[in-house]
Design a protein around this ligand. Structure first.
Ligand SMILES: Nc1ncnc2c1ncn2[C@@H]1O[C@H](COP(=O)(O)OP(=O)(O)OP(=O)(O)O)[C@@H](O)[C@H]1O
Ligand SMILES: [Mg+2]
Length: 466
């Protein structure tokens, strides 16, 4: 038994017992009261019927007949005249009956009969009184008595039944409540164990989602969390190993060229050449570290997008102009096709990185004499920016992975061009931070198309219009 099911069980039990005790008490007192009032009622009616007989024949044979009748029965009778003097009674009489009659002498009772002694635990009897009236003249009273022994026995029997039923139902409640609470808390316990395992690095968590309720959903969430954690851990390991691999190569170069440059036999020009290589390699390494840092920031959501309205035409035009020299060197033509008035809400500084990385790729992976075009299309709710090149393209088997960190189609391909395979992952993160979407299509040997879709309004703004 675990703590939570005991807690839950005790709580349930306390409630159920409280309800049971209340109900039983209500039922018991109700039943007892009905039985007692039935007894009183039948006593009153019996007294009334004696009274009626005596009203018809108010003589001594009738009196002794009534007295005799009651002597045989369980009830007792005392008949008085109008002054309260006893003129007939059954025998034996219950103790204290005569005293009561004396006390009530001279009292005028209601004709329908009155209860003069209710049921009380310490009293030996219950009693009623019915007046005898002949032509509207009070001529006496019929007092009826009944021993309370029967009623007490009846109540004792009732109590006995209630004790038995009470004990049985309490036992049943205890069993069902604890079984139920155990049943309810079982999935919770499983989840607790699962999360403990997770925190110890064991990802083999199996939480079969048996139910569709909140507990089942929680189980599914934990299961998803577990596989996500597992994947993240794997990704991190892979990422770390590829990073160290990536760092290894340039560092080797640096060390190698430094060794070579140190040789005494080097001429001044050779030395210069090696130092330039070292400088370039160091430059590349520093770029890599910068990219990695940017990615880490993007991952941690530290990076805030500060959007503002930007005229896309002049914005793109300015960025593209930085590429003029590189384009000329490579012999690639670049076309910008953008409506003059198109405005988008972006973080200009961050988004610049997107355009630069994509143009850099288009240029790097194209041969001279080809064309690169940037086309902007405006729709009512979105703006699409397309980057098209006529370069070498990407094999369809590699296409799904190009947005992954440190992924390059051919390691040798970009070794020459100096990339580390981080450009597109940064692009994707930034576009997604803007609430946009990025897609890529490519044909090997024909070219590549990258499309960015930016929504014009924030989703919140959209909803608020509904
Ligand atoms: N326009 C393109 N044409 C052909 N191949 C491309 C194009 N853009 C990307 N690729 C391929 O996708 C890979 C990943 O691109 P990404 O921009 O992420 O890295 P990179 O250009 O190699 O290095 P970095 O951008 O970090 O300097 C590239 O190595 C390249 O092989
Ligand atoms: Mg790139």
């Amino acid at each position: 038994m675990n703590r939570i099911s005991i807690k839950l069980g005790l709580l349930f039990l306390a409630f159920i017992l409280l309800i049971e005790v209340g109900l039983f008490f209500y039922l018991y007192t109700g039943l007892a009261a009905t039985r007692i009032s039935e007894e009183l009622e039948s006593l009153r009616i019996r007294g009334n019927s004696h009274r009626e007989v005596l009203e018809k024949h108010h003589d001594s044979p009738t009196l002794s007949h009534v007295a005799l009748m009651e002597s045989e029965a369980e009830t007792d009778v005392i008949i008085t005249d109008e002054s309260g003097k006893v003129i007939g009674s059954s025998s034996p009489l219950v103790k204290g009956a005569r005293k009561t009659v004396e006390q009530w002498a001279g009292h005028s009772f209601k004709y329908r009969g009155e209860i003069i002694q209710e049921y009380q635990k310490e009293k030996l009897y219950i009693a009623t009184a019915s007046p005898i009236k002949i032509s509207d003249e009070n001529v006496g009273t019929v007092y009826m008595f009944k021993n309370t022994k029967d009623i007490q026995e009846m109540i004792a029997r009732l109590q006995h039944h209630f004790y038995i039923v009470g004990i049985i139902s309490v036992l049943f409640s205890i069993i069902t409540v604890f079984a139920l609470s155990k049943f309810i808390t079982l999935p919770l316990i499983r989840m607790k164990q699962a999360t403990q395992k997770l925190s110890q690095g064991d990802f083999s968590v199996k939480l079969g989602a048996h139910s569709r309720d909140e507990l089942g959903q929680l189980g599914t969430s934990i299961q998803t969390l577990s596989s996500d954690l597992h994947r993240l851990k794997q990704e991190r390991n892979e990422f770390l190993s590829s990073i160290s691999h990536e760092l290894q190569t340039p560092l080797m170069y640096l060390k190698g060229y430094a060794d070579v440059a140190k040789r005494q036999s080097n001429s001044e020009t050779e030395k210069d050449k090696y130092l330039t290589i070292i400088q370039e390699e160091a430059q590349r390494l520093s770029q890599l570290v910068k990219d990695l840092f940017q990615l880490a920031q993007l991952d941690q959501n530290k990076f805030l997008v500060q959007k503002q309205n930007v005229n896309l035409h002049s914005y793109l035009h300015t960025i593209i102009s930085h590429f003029d020299l590189a384009l000329k060197e490579k012999g690639v033509e670049l076309y910008l096709n953008c409506p003059q008035e198109t405005e988008v809400s972006i973080d200009p500084e961050r988004f610049q990185q997107v355009v630069i990385n994509l143009l850099d790729n288009a240029l790097k992976y194209s041969n001279n004499g080809t064309e690169v075009s940037v086309i902007v299309r405006e729709l009512p709710n979105s703006v699409t920016i397309t980057f098209k090149d006529q370069g070498m393209g990407i094999p369809s088997t590699d296409l799904p992975y190009v947005f992954d960190k440190l992924y390059r189609v051919e390691k040798s391909r970009s070794r020459k061009s100096g990339g580390y395979g981080l450009g597109l992952s940064i692009v994707k993160e930034i576009v997604e931070a803007h609430g946009g979407e990025i897609t890529m299509t490519s044909k090997l040997g024909e070219g590549t198309i990258v499309s960015i879709i930016l929504r014009k309004k924030d989703e919140y703004a959209d909803h608020s219009f509904n």
